[in-house]
Design a protein around this ligand. Structure first.
Ligand code: MN
Length: 702
């Protein structure tokens, strides 16, 4: 291996490279990896050189290529980062170090938040290191056949899961397609072979068809004197597989296994060419996409249209300028390579994603959740909408109004009631309408429910909801725990001077402080019996345990625990007797969940030992005398716990339920709820919060 020849072969690819520095690096790397072999039996040095060639073809500068050549030196040879720093400078050493870190994170060696922070902080300064890692992975995928089957599958999975989306996110489509096809081949060899052979068998037919489009197009463009280059290309195997899975169809039912691409000189020509295409064949309006006016987050720009071609077949046509084509092939890398010519706002746009990740890492303490977020943020962002202020919000496909609200601001998400879009009102679980302006409807009385977790698709929204619920449940548990504790002290007639000290309580129940003791008690994590046994020693009564037990059962009724809005997340309505707020009920503590509420006369409840039952009473406002009747009619989808959500929502506004009738018919629930309310604002609030519940179709107040 000769350093000078190799340097020249790199300069062949990109003439702007620094020959002297390349020769110096190559001499060092060849020596460092001397005697090492790849699994294929080839000398190890071929690997870093392949990586450098790929980087050169992406027009990366000399520094990046030097780092690419050195990328395995620290991991696989005797040299340390310090020595690299001495010989090649800080920048190169930092890049090599960061490339090594990606592997560590991937391998799960070091998944601490600290490593991530350091790594991301550096990536945001030098995003080119991702290109090095991708070039490294690409060459490794090319020599995968020499590894054991198990390793082949594991590496391929990781490639599909992490590296291909990463390439997509950066707009490096050439990497993405190659990585995907290679990985797919190892993961599903039979499906791969089937698609490949179909493409081969039909290639003549397809080529003829492509010509039947290109030929008239060329004539038209010539007549109109529009300078352009027209090509037809078959799609990649993995993209075909994805389309088949997404649409659930066979390969011969797919119309878009190839696309026609028209490359023109300037932006205005794109729209002119589009006009000519639509002139020749009728377009399908619903498939038209203008990524020139609204580029994808990875900077991809192009016009996409689908027309009804010869023999009634659907044909996809992509129209773009040479510059746009460059970006599509080299992605952001094309911009990094020319970073000195880059306008400031373009550079900032480039960094949007990295900035978002850097911000996010401060909000997610747990590295598994962070990995989830990182992975999600790598997925293609294909839906977007605008805020009324004109800010574009990009979200993964399938995101809902709730995701949109949380993406704008956490507080907006928490208060979200729905949205107004083009004069229509959408519920919080509706998919975001792509390209529209979304005005989030909010209310101070709104609050997240557990059911929101299934409606939010993004990690950001789910994390915020989970965080909010955790806090709310903890706060409510403390309130309920205190009530239970007071009640027990009262039952056992323990006088103030005999009250157990905080220290003794915490010690006995293994709690860090009184607050966490109350929390555990309210959540039902401490059995009532244990409280009883503990308090026995402080009781003024000289009676024995059996008498105390008697005392407990008899006095139970006189001293109910008042429940209502403040405990709403801890109230679980038992499905055996379907109790409703306002009617006579009793409760049982359920570990981790709070109180399970039963009707007083429930048969299941009667089988539970007396001392485990809690006497409950519904909270009523002080001005209960001015109550009046009100009837709600509710139409909803039939889903798990819909009644619970309805009752919680009513309990939240302190109304008393007198009677309910719910009927299920053909996956629909129709209900009537008779309420006692105290003023009209209360009815309005109840109506509003019912309407925000998932699955509720209609609420009418009679
Ligand atoms: Mn490597």
């Amino acid at each position: 291996m000769n350093p000078e020849d190799t340097a020249l072969s790199l300069i062949d690819i990109n003439p702007k490279l620094d020959k002297g520095l390349l020769i110096k690096t190559l001499a060092f790397v060849i020596e460092a990896h001397k005697g090492q072999m790849r699994k294929s039996g080839a000398p190890y040095i071929r690997h870093p050189i392949e990586v450098a060639k790929t980087l050169a073809s992406l027009r990366m500068d000399t520094t990046v290529i030097v780092a690419g050549l050195l990328h395995d030196v620290v991991e696989d040879t005797k040299y340390s980062t310090e020595e690299i720093k001495e010989k090649f400078g800080t920048e190169v050493a930092e890049m090599v170090d960061s490339v090594t870190k990606i592997s560590d994170i991937q391998k799960g060696i070091d998944r601490t938040a600290k490593t991530f922070k350091k790594f991301l902080a550096y990536v945001s300064k030098r995003p080119q290191i991702i290109a090095i890692k991708l070039a490294d992975r690409l060459d490794n995928m090319h020599s995968l056949q020499y590894l054991a089957l198990e390793r082949q599958k594991a590496i391929s999975e990781e490639t599909l899961d992490f590296y291909a989306p990463l390439a997509h996110r950066l707009g490096l489509y050439s990497f993405k397609f190659e990585l995907e096809d290679l990985a797919f081949k190892y993961l599903h060899p039979e499906e791969y072979a089937a698609i490949e052979s179909h493409l081969e068998l039909t290639s003549k037919e397809r080529e003829d068809y492509i010509q039947s489009i290109i030929f008239p197009l060329n004539i038209k463009m010539n007549l109109e004197q529009l300078d352009c280059d027209i090509r037809g290309r078959s799609k990649h195997i993995y993209s075909i597989h994805e389309k088949m899975t997404a649409r659930g169809c066979k390969i011969d039912e797919l119309y878009d296994i190839f696309a026609i691409r028209i490359i023109v000189n300037q932006i205005a020509d794109c729209y002119v060419a589009l006009g000519y295409v639509h002139n020749l064949w009728m377009p399908l309006y619903s498939r038209f996409k203008d990524y020139i006016a609204i580029p994808k987050p990875n900077l991809y720009q192009s016009l996409h249209t689908t027309v009804i071609g010869p023999y009634g077949k659907l044909v996809e046509v992509q129209i773009r300028t040479k510059d746009m084509n460059e970006t599509a092939e080299y992605g952001m890398a094309a911009h990094w390579a020319y970073k000195f010519n880059l306008k400031k706002e373009e550079l900032e746009k480039n960094m949007d994603w990295v900035n978002a990740i850097t911000k996010m890492q401060n909000e997610i303490p747990n590295s598994t959740e962070f990995l989830g977020f990182l992975h999600e943020s790598l997925l293609p962002e294909d839906s977007y909408a605008w805020t009324p202020q004109g800010k574009k919000i990009s979200l993964p496909l399938g995101s809902t109004i709730l995701d949109f609200a949380f993406a704008v601001h956490t507080d907006l998400g928490i208060r979200c009631l729905g949205a107004r879009v083009a004069g229509k009102v959408l519920s919080i679980d509706a998919h975001i309408p792509i390209g529209e302006t979304i005005q989030i409807l909010q209310s101070d009385s709104q609050e997240p429910q557990e059911t929101w977790l299934s409606m939010a698709k993004t990690q950001k929204a789910q994390n915020s909801i989970r965080h909010w619920l955790r806090k709310a449940v903890a706060a409510q548990s403390v309130i309920l725990g205190k009530k239970i504790w007071q009640k027990e002290l009262h039952y056992l007639k323990i006088s103030k001077e005999n009250f157990p000290g905080d220290y003794d309580i915490c010690k006995a129940f293994n709690a860090q402080n009184m607050n966490s003791f109350y929390e555990s008690l309210g959540k039902g994590e401490i059995p009532l019996k244990d409280i009883f046994v503990f308090l026995k020693q402080y009781s003024d009564h000289s009676q024995g345990w059996s008498k105390l037990k008697l005392l407990f059962s008899s006095s139970d009724e006189d001293n109910p625990i008042i429940i209502g809005h403040n405990e709403r997340f801890l109230l679980n309505y038992a499905s055996c007797c379907n109790p409703v707020p306002g009617t006579p009920v009793k409760g049982i503590l359920k570990s981790g969940k709070g109180i399970e509420i039963h009707k007083e006369d429930c048969k299941i409840l009667s089988k539970i030992p007396q001392e485990q039952r809690l006497a409950l009473q519904w909270e009523t406002p002080e001005n209960a005398k001015r109550e009046r009747k009100c009837i709600l009619r509710i139409e909803a989808e039939d889903r798990v716990a819909i009644e619970k959500d309805i009752f919680n929502s009513i309990a939240k506004h302190n109304a008393i339920v007198k009677k309910t009738i719910f009927e299920n018919k053909e996956e629909r629930v129709k209900g009537r709820v008779d309420l006692l309310v105290f003023n009209s604002a209360q009815i309005k609030n109840i109506e509003q919060s019912l309407q925000a519940i998932v699955g509720i179709r209609k609420v009418t107040v009679l």
